[in-house]
Design a protein around this ligand. Structure first.
Ligand code: HEC
Ligand code: HEC
Length: 190
């Protein structure tokens, strides 16, 4: 009786160790090395200088990996990123996602004035993206993302050119004015 109980606990701890090892398998160092091929556009610190290139610093690991996989498999369409993701292995995607998620976001410029209309409209998004635009897991962080990039993505969801969870139907209910106001509001959040 006692022996079987000990055996049970031993088996349990063995699987716990294997599980933790799998979860933490991403190699940050390998991710940082690979990220040098992204820095020309996304910046050395995960913040592209150009408003069309999304901020990756501090974005959620799960979301980043899912997007790279979507580019690789052609579910998310963008000629530049599809070409890049096609050459990445599953392990490289995990390492890159873990690396960029671990890079702290460092704002370059002072926040501009808050967009009051956008703030009101954002209330309908907060249930998923969080009150401060922080997101979680597969729901991306929107706070401190570039204004122009956010607007492009909302327009792409609005016209169903970008698919992805509930976003196409949500964006379909927004006018261009709403999308501009919300994007402007989110880009001022730190
Ligand atoms: C030649 C420029 C360029 C290079 C190099 C590049 N990217 Fe991108 N990346 C972009 C652009 C532009 C977008 C926006 C695509 C869109 O509008 O859908 C993007 C989008 C992304 C996204 C989606 C982010 C989000 O918020 O949904 C991820 C993730 C990403 N890139 C990761 C990477 C990684 C990792 C590398 C290096 C292995 C890399 N990129 C290299 C230009 C680049
Ligand atoms: C029911 C949950 C939910 C609600 C409500 C929601 N979103 Fe999303 N949103 C998501 C998910 C999940 C994704 C990731 C989609 C994917 O996998 O491509 C996403 C993606 C996005 C992206 C893409 C970000 C990037 O980095 O490319 C933007 C922009 C966005 N949402 C804006 C909004 C706005 C603005 C609202 C409110 C008008 C809103 N969302 C409401 C769940 C939600």
């Amino acid at each position: 009786m006692k022996l079987s109980k000990n055996l049970f606990l031993l088996t349990l701890s063995f699987f716990a160790v294997v599980y933790c090892a799998t979860v933490n398998a991403a190699d940050l160092k390998a991710g940082a090395q690979k990220a040098t091929m992204c820095s020309g556009c996304h910046g050395a610190k995960g913040i592209g200088s150009n408003g069309t290139v999304p901020v990756l610093a501090g974005q959620h690991r799960y979301y980043l990996a899912a997007q790279l996989t979507a580019f690789k498999q052609g579910q998310r369409v963008n000629p530049i990123m599809q070409g890049i993701a096609a050459g990445l292995s599953e392990t490289e995607i995990e390492n890159l996602a873990a690396f960029f998620a671990s890079v702290p976001y460092q704002p370059k410029t002072a926040a501009s004035a808050e967009n009051a209309v956008g703030k009101t409209k954002y209330a309908m998004c907060a249930g998923c993206h969080g009150a401060a635009g922080e997101g979680r897991g597969g729901v991306p962080r929107l706070a401190h993302q570039h204004n122009q990039y956010l607007l492009t993505q909302l327009m792409a969801f609005n016209t169903a050119n970008r698919k992805g969870g509930p976003m196409p139907s949500i964006a379909a209910s927004l006018t261009e004015k709403d999308m501009k106001a919300i994007s402007s509001y989110l880009s001022t959040l730190k």
